[in-house]
Design a protein around this ligand. Structure first.
Ligand code: ADP
Ligand code: MG
Length: 582
C-alpha cells in the first residue's frame, strides 16, 4: 500500500515558445547541410532561376543563400520567422496535396533558434529591399536597403550556443562534402536553375541552368558520364497512367562502388527511399558485376495526392499510396532504357523485361555453418584493421592441386582439403603488403609516362582536398588540371595495368562514406580490391603456388580484409565422415 503524499504528481505545462522552437530546431537543423537544404527549398518555392550558395568553414561560420525569386513583402519578413508561419498552406486539406517543397513553416524559426540570421528581400514590385536581423530567434535590427529583386539569407555562427551539437559536428571538410553532395542533388533535380556553390571561396559547383538534364549531369559527374547516360521514359507510348518516369540511367559499362549515385526525385523533391533505390538496382540485375552500383537520375511524377510528404520534419522521406506501382514504374523505366539503348553483352536468360516481384532488399544472410564452426574454434571473422587486431592464426603449408571454375584454388594440407577463393586471398595478401609499406613510409609508386586525366564530382573533389596527403602517401601523385579534372602522374604500383579511372573514382567514393574504420585502412581495402585477381581469371599453377605461398605469410590468412573467408577447410575427419568411411 502506498502512503499518501509519497508520490507527488508532476504539473503539466505547455513549453514556452523559446523552448519548443529549440526542440523543433533539433529535428529540422541536424547539421549545416540541413540549413542549406531548407534555404534552397525556399528559393525554389519562390520560383528562383538563380541560386547561389556560399559556405565558410563547413557552414559553421557562414551560410549564405541568394536567389532571384519573387521575394517577401516588407511586412512579411518578421512573420516568416514565426513558428508555423507559411505562405504555402492555408487549410488542413492542403496537406493532402503538397505542391511546394516547404509547407511546415518551421525552417526559418528553427534556423534562427540556433544561429544568427539576416534576411534581405526585395519583391518584384518593390523599389528597395527590406532587411531583418535576428539573434537568439528575436529581431534585433531592421530597415531598408538597396538590393536586387530576390532574397538573401545569411546564417552566422551556427550552433554557437549549442555546444553539444557543435561537439558532434564532423570536421568542416566533412560538412563541405555533405553540402556539395546536397547541392549536386538539387542541380540534378532542377536543370533549369543555375546553381552556384562556393566553399571557402572556391567554386565547388556551377551549373548552366540550361534546362537540359545532361548539362546538369555533366556539372556533377563529368562530361564523359553525361554523354553516355541513357534517357528513360515511362510509360513508353502515350498510354494514360498516373505515374511517369523520366531521367537518365547509366549504361552497364559505367558504374560506381557506392550506392550514393542513384538520385530519386518525386514530383521534383529529392527523397531517400530504399525501396526505389532497390528498384533501380534490380533493373540492372545481371548487367553489372557484383558490388557495382549504377548512376541514375530518376524523375518520378505522380498526382500530388498519391504521395505523403508530411512524414518527417526534414521532408527527405515520402510515403506512396501505391508503393508497388511506383516501384514497378521505376524498375521498368530503367530496364527499358537499358535493354533498348545499351549494348548488352551477356544478359542472363532470367533478365527479360518481365518484372519479378521485388525481393526483400539486402538482408545479410547468416554466416554459413562452417564459418560458425571456425568461430567456435576461436578463429577470427573480422579483418585486421578492424577495432582490435585478431590473434595471429598461421596457415599450414599447402600443396596446390588445381583450380575450379577459374575462381577457387584447391589445395591439400596436413589435415584435409582447402578450397581457396583466389580474389579474397589475393585481397588479403595485397592489403597486408600495402599496410606494411605505408607503415614503413615507403609506398610503392609507379610514375606514369603518359599522365592520365580523371574527372571528379564536386563531392569527390572535396574528398581529394581532404585526403590529399594520405593519397600521396599511398603513391598517388595528383595535379589539379582545371575545375574538376586532375592529372594523375603516379599511381600505387599495385594498380599498374588496372583500370585507373575506375579504381580511383571508387577509392574516392569509399573514402567519403563516413565509415567507422580507419580511413587509411579504407584506402588499403580499396586498392587491394582493385589490384587483386578477379574471380573467373584462369591462373597458371606457378601463379597459384605463389599466391598460396604469400597467403601463408599473412597475419590473418583466413579472412579477406572485409571479413569474408578466404578459404573453406574440409578436414580429413569430415571427409571420412561424409564418405561414411567411419
Ligand atoms: P515554409 O517554407 O515551410 O513555408 P519557412 O520557415 O521555410 O517555411 O519559410 C516561411 C515563409 O517565408 C515561406 O512560406 C515564404 O513565404 C517565406 N520565404 C522564405 N524564404 C523565402 C525566399 N527565399 N523567397 C521568398 N519567400 C521566402
Ligand atoms: Mg521552407
Amino acid at each position: 500500500m502506498r502512503m499518501e503524499g509519497e508520490l507527488q504528481a508532476l504539473t503539466i505545462r505547455i513549453l514556452p515558445p523559446d523552448v519548443s522552437v529549440l526542440i523543433a530546431a533539433g529535428e529540422v537543423v541536424e547539421r549545416p547541410a540541413s540549413v542549406v537544404k531548407e534555404l534552397i527549398d525556399n528559393s525554389l518555392d519562390a520560383d528562383a532561376s538563380d541560386v547561389s550558395i556560399e559556405v565558410r568553414q563547413g557552414g559553421l561560420s557562414l551560410i549564405r543563400v541568394t536567389d532571384n525569386g519573387k521575394g517577401i513583402p516588407a511586412d512579411g519578413l518578421a512573420l516568416a520567422f514565426h513558428r508555423y508561419a507559411t505562405s504555402k498552406v492555408t487549410a488542413a486539406q492542403d496537406l493532402a496535396r503538397i505542391t511546394t517543397l516547404g509547407f511546415r513553416g518551421e525552417a526559418l524559426p528553427s534556423i534562427a533558434a540556433v544561429a544568427e540570421v539576416e534576411m534581405v528581400s526585395r519583391p518584384t514590385d518593390a523599389v528597395a529591399a527590406t532587411y531583418l536581423r535576428l539573434a537568439d530567434g528575436q529581431p534585433v535590427e531592421d530597415g531598408a536597403r538597396g538590393a536586387p529583386v530576390g532574397t538573401t539569407v545569411t546564417v552566422l555562427d551556427l550552433f554557437a550556443k549549442q555546444p553539444a551539437r557543435r561537439k558532434f559536428m564532423r570536421a568542416p571538410t566533412t560538412e563541405n562534402q555533405h553540402i556539395a553532395s546536397l547541392v549536386s542533388q538539387y542541380a540534378l533535380a532542377y536543370p533549369e536553375v543555375r546553381f552556384s556553390l562556393r566553399l571557402d571561396g572556391r567554386q565547388a559547383l556551377l551549373t548552366s541552368g540550361s534546362g537540359q538534364l545532361a548539362d546538369a549531369v555533366a556539372s556533377v559527374y563529368g562530361t564523359d558520364v553525361a554523354a553516355a547516360m541513357l534517357p528513360m521514359r515511362w510509360p513508353i507510348d502515350d498510354e494514360h497512367t498516373a505515374i511517369s518516369v523520366g531521367g537518365l540511367a547509366s549504361p552497364p559499362h559505367i558504374s560506381r562502388a557506392s550506392r550514393g549515385c542513384v538520385s530519386l526525385f518525386v514530383n521534383r523533391r529529392w527523397v531517400q527511399n530504399r525501396r526505389l533505390t532497390f528498384a533501380v538496382e534490380e533493373a540492372y540485375s545481371g548487367l553489372l558485376p557484383t558490388g557495382r552500383r549504377p548512376i541514375a537520375i530518376v524523375d518520378l511524377r505522380l498526382p500530388y495526392e498519391e504521395v505523403d510528404v508530411n512524414v518527417h520534419p526534414t521532408k527527405a522521406e515520402v510515403r506512396f499510396r501505391q508503393e508497388k506501382d511506383a516501384f514497378s514504374a521505376v524498375q521498368r523505366a530503367v530496364r527499358q532504357a537499358l535493354l533498348e539503348q545499351a549494348p548488352v553483352p551477356s544478359v542472363p536468360s532470367s533478365a527479360g523485361v518481365a518484372v519479378s516481384p521485388p525481393a526483400a532488399p539486402e538482408e545479410e544472410p547468416p554466416p554459413p555453418l562452417w564459418q560458425r564452426a571456425l568461430e567456435a574454434e576461436g578463429q577470427p571473422r573480422t579483418a585486421a584493421g578492424a577495432a582490435s587486431p585478431p590473434p595471429k592464426v598461421s596457415l599450414p603449408m599447402l600443396r596446390v592441386v588445381g583450380q575450379i571454375g577459374n575462381t577457387y584454388i584447391v589445395a591439400e594440407g596436413p589435415d584435409g582439403m582447402y578450397l581457396i577463393d583466389q580474389h579474397a586471398a589475393h585481397e588479403r595478401v595485397l592489403f597486408e603488403e600495402i599496410c606494411a609499406a605505408r607503415q614503413r613510409g615507403a609506398a610503392d609508386a609507379q610514375g606514369l609516362l603518359d599522365p592520365t586525366m580523371v574527372e571528379v564530382s564536386p563531392r569527390q573533389k572535396e574528398v581529394i582536398l581532404t585526403h590529399h596527403e594520405m593519397l600521396s602517401e599511398h603513391g598517388f601523385q595528383l595535379e589539379p588540371f582545371g575545375e574538376r579534372t586532375y592529372l594523375v602522374r603516379a599511381i600505387p604500383a599495385v594498380l599498374a595495368g588496372k583500370d585507373l579511372s575506375q579504381a580511383f573514382s571508387e577509392l574516392l567514393d569509399t573514402l567519403d562514406e563516413e565509415a567507422a574504420v580507419d580511413q587509411q585502412d579504407q584506402v588499403a581495402f580499396s586498392l587491394a580490391c582493385h589490384a587483386a585477381v578477379t574471380a573467373g581469371q584462369a591462373l597458371a599453377p606457378e601463379e597459384m603456388r605463389e599466391l598460396v605461398r604469400r597467403l601463408e605469410q599473412t597475419e590473418v590468412p583466413h579472412t579477406c580484409p572485409h571479413g569474408r573467408p578466404t578459404m573453406i577447410h574440409m578436414s580429413t575427419a569430415l571427409l571420412e565422415k561424409q564418405f561414411r568411411r567411419r
